[in-house]
Design a protein around this ligand. Sequence first.
Ligand code: IVH
Length: 704
Amino acid sequence: MTKKPSLHPASVEELTPIEARAEHARLHEEIAAHDRRYYQEDAPTISDADYDALRRRYEELERAFPELATAQSLTKTVGAKPSEKFAKVKHVVPMLSLGNVFSDEELEEFVARVRRFLGLRDGPLRFTFEPKIDGLSCSLRYEKGHLVQAATRGDGYEGEDVTANVRTIDEIPQRLRGDHSDIFEVRGEVYMTHKDFAALNARQQESGKTLFANPRNAAAGSLRQLDSKITASRPLHFFAYGWGETSALPANTQLGVLDALRRYGLPVNPLTTLCESSEDMLAHYRAIETQRATLGYDIDGVVYKVDDIALQERLGFVSRAPRWAVARKFPAERATTILRDIEIQVGRTGALTPVARLEPVTVGGVVVQNATLHNEDEIARKDIRIGDTVVVQRAGDVIPQIVDVVKEKRPTGAKPYQFPHVCPRCGSAALREIDEKTGEADVVRRCTGSLVCPAQAIERLKHFASRNAMDIEGLGDKQIELFFQEGLIRTPSDIFTLEERDRASLTKIKNREGYGETSVRNLFAAIEARRSVPINRFIFALGVRHVGETNARRLARHFGDFESLRETARDASLGSEARARIDSIDGVGPVVAEALHDFFAEPHNERELDALLKRITLEPMPAVASTSPVSGKTVVFTGALERLTRDEAKAQAERFGAHVAASVSKKTDLVVAGPGAGSKLKKAAELGIEVISEDEWFKRTGQG
Ligand code: IVH
């Protein structure tokens, strides 16, 4: 555990791209080797803190040199990839993670969000309360009551087959008791108690073996053993908290299913209970906070879940976490240190994010030297200045943050921080969008040089060439990454000079790995074929903020030719006639108008557009072909919907490719009306627009 990681002494900003690449490759090897030792050999050779330092440096390199963040990057792997030594198991129902809240206010916001989504202003809404066990999650598959397979979470979609090891855990039944459905996947946490952990480490020490850092690592190391005799010798426990694939559920509430699991013979945490109100939810949390030290096993917070399973289903998931559940984590640990510098990073979408560079300090056992400062307003609100003594907070696995400034320790002469108004990567203007309704500036300042900014380049290029944009076959994400890293393609126009340059021997694509004569010829042919594209595709391909395919079509339809869009957008400063013109295009509105102006008024983008338009020809927009019965249609929902909330209806319609408008106009194709619909219904009748019921909507979208 004493080996120190070999970190480069220079700060990332001082590195040349070549040095950065070399260091990144070296760290990649080093971290991968540590991962192997930790996850597969159960024998780490460095401390968690030192490992974290390596990871942080690796991530820092990728932030400063985004071209290093390829699909193979270790930052792209979620959780631990299933190890080669175990057979892999695909999770039919993915094992996802949970969103986190850290305060009473955030918990109340979560409850409010759930209510809003469900359209439940008041009225009962029950949540279960469960301790969040700090172990590793495991999926147990029972078929006709027999345990047939056990798998770790892995990356959420594919885990490791640990059946033989799980069979050694006494608490996990080999056969379910009583009545149960044919297929039942039980999900829960494998953990180790404090007492067993201490005894195991004592044994490890006696026999000169590596000590485990905490009970969670010990449980993970014990479950992921190749030899199940070793697992059998390690006392592991299990708490069930959910389910994966099932042929039928034994109850229609979370608590009901947990009760059934208990009847089947599985351990369910005895502190699991039901909350009738937000007050209840907070009170249970307070109670467990005080009990925590005496539980005998680690919990890192609590989990709240909407109890009613039908509601869980309506709420669904956002990205990798359910909308119907949230984890409340225990408070973070804090420390004070000096803020050495504020660095502005430019994200892949052009967002400028301030990052604090700190005098390294240990917070909760991890060395922290970078922390997030959130945004410009936060820095101003807290009046954070370079040289200040600041309070750093770290909670669970979230990025450390600066929560306070110790003003008494401020060095004389420290000046208020001036957030840059130009992009540090490309020199384009960095602006904050103004909300026309409230007149307030967006919290995020963004680089407007999206066509030229190196920080945004790869994402932009991928978008530009993608299927729904320019649709350049053979120029997928991988090829773009390769060509970008080698400096062959930096901006969209470079795509169209690639062949020319290749002929002139300025590039040598043919000799590249995976590029034979035929593939080079095919690539050039695909590029050639896209020298003439419909104008709407081109507008979409530019990747202007808020301009998706629908808006691109609207703009193409309205302006007809690209030059008039370009001129109007360039002239569309706030309050101008040009701005009003864009603003008034049906469905477009002020946010898009502002984004278009910011994009077309930026000289760097202008130059790139000139270069592009020299090489490609724009065709008129083709007629739209529809794929699903409502795809491409403009739909208006009105009246009281009974089966859906407005948010849900909108999300659903968009999923089926429809566009949802707030009011009925000539452009509306379909009105979905519930009871009590008024003026919109009248307007629809006047305009001869089709009106259907909510039930008919479900039928038409193939939902029965
Ligand atoms: S529910 C989609 N309930 O926490 C629902 N998870 O941060 C996902 N965990 O991967 C999980 N106790 O390993 C749930 N009572 C509990 C839990 C729990 C511990 C772990 C689990 C999960 C992680 C998410």
